[in-house]
Design a protein around this ligand. Structure first.
Ligand SMILES: *[C@@H]1O[C@H](CO)[C@@H](O)[C@H](O)[C@H]1NC(C)=O
Ligand SMILES: *[C@@H]1O[C@H](CO)[C@@H](O)[C@H](O)[C@H]1NC(C)=O
Ligand SMILES: *[C@@H]1O[C@H](CO)[C@@H](O)[C@H](O)[C@H]1NC(C)=O
Length: 254
């Protein structure tokens, strides 16, 4: 059966343009409930989201897998060279609070970003649009593909160089805005929502919303700190009481 579908990408508009950490903290409160993910503890959330624990784990694993690749200097730029390794890359945890926020927005079925005061954090959107015959078909695919499409912006567009990872406006405008939020080193939590939306023209939008805290994409700040990936707990200084997961080169909050 043939299904014609189109994939849309939507750029995160830069929300915070002040290089001011007090602004950042006030705009990005810590979630109150965080689910630590692990092999034996798939994230369980009591929200209205149709996401299953396994699909939540797909988001966490894909984000952290990519973040580890980057931290270890194995993420490619368009010219085939590699982005510099990262010394302060945090391992993301799944947040049910953020899932709730993301799901509320997904339920609106509007192909636009949520208001900043709704999400108090960063946001990436993704959608697969299909004809009505695609009903029920792209739930899991849209989740798998969203993560890959966002991350692949680095290989596609670059924006940064192998020695400079500042998110300037020109860098952002190359089209790396989803990647840079996914890669933002000091972001610590992600939570996502999904909705299959029937649209007035008869098409269906498989709508994926991910929210992030603390937010990334601060203009003229470094996406991450260049350096060897963490190898001991004392390398992880962005947040008090952090530890290093040596096998991935990612820092985590205890
Ligand atoms: C990276 O580029 C930005 C913007 O051009 C510049 O302000 C900054 O000094 C550069 N950083 C390094 C380490 O060269
Ligand atoms: C860090 O951990 C120590 C020992 O577990 C604890 O006493 C302290 O309050 C923690 N500090 C922060 C900022 O969480
Ligand atoms: C790093 O921190 C973790 C978690 O607190 C701890 O289990 C581990 O022993 C620490 N490693 C070192 C080398 O101190």
């Amino acid at each position: 059966m043939k299904v014609v579908f189109y994939i849309f990408f939507f750029h995160t508009i830069i929300i915070f343009i002040k290089a001011d950490n007090s602004q950042c903290e006030c705009a990005s409160p810590s979630p109150t409930s965080i689910i630590t993910s692990g092999i034996n503890s798939l994230p369980q959330c009591s929200t209205t989201s149709p996401l299953t624990p396994k699909l939540r784990q797909v988001f966490v694993d894909k984000h952290n897998g990519y973040r580890s690749t980057l931290a270890n200097g194995k993420s490619q730029l368009p010219d085939g060279s590699f982005a510099s390794p990262a010394s302060n890359m945090y391992k993301l945890k799944y947040s049910c609070d953020l899932e709730k926020v993301a799901q509320e927005w997904a339920d609106r079925c509007i192909w636009e970003h949520s208001p900043v005061d709704h999400r108090n954090g960063g946001e990436n959107l993704y959608a697969i649009i299909s004809g009505s015959e695609g009903k029920g078909q792209y739930f899991e695919q849209s989740i798998q593909d969203s993560n890959d499409a966002w991350w692949n912006e680095l290989r596609q567009f670059g924006g940064i160089t192998s020695t400079n990872v500042t998110l300037t406006m020109p860098a952002f405008n190359t089209g790396i805005g989803h990647w840079s939020q996914m890669a933002w080193a000091t972001t610590q939590t992600v939570g996502c929502g999904f909705r299959e939306c029937s649209r007035p023209d008869g098409t269906i939008m498989f709508f994926v919303v991910c929210n992030y805290r603390p937010s990334g994409n601060y203009l003229n700040q470094n996406i991450y700190q260049i350096g060897q990936p963490c190898s001991r707990n004392s390398s992880c200084t962005a947040v008090p009481n952090s530890s290093c997961e040596i096998s991935t080169g990612l820092c985590y909050v205890n």
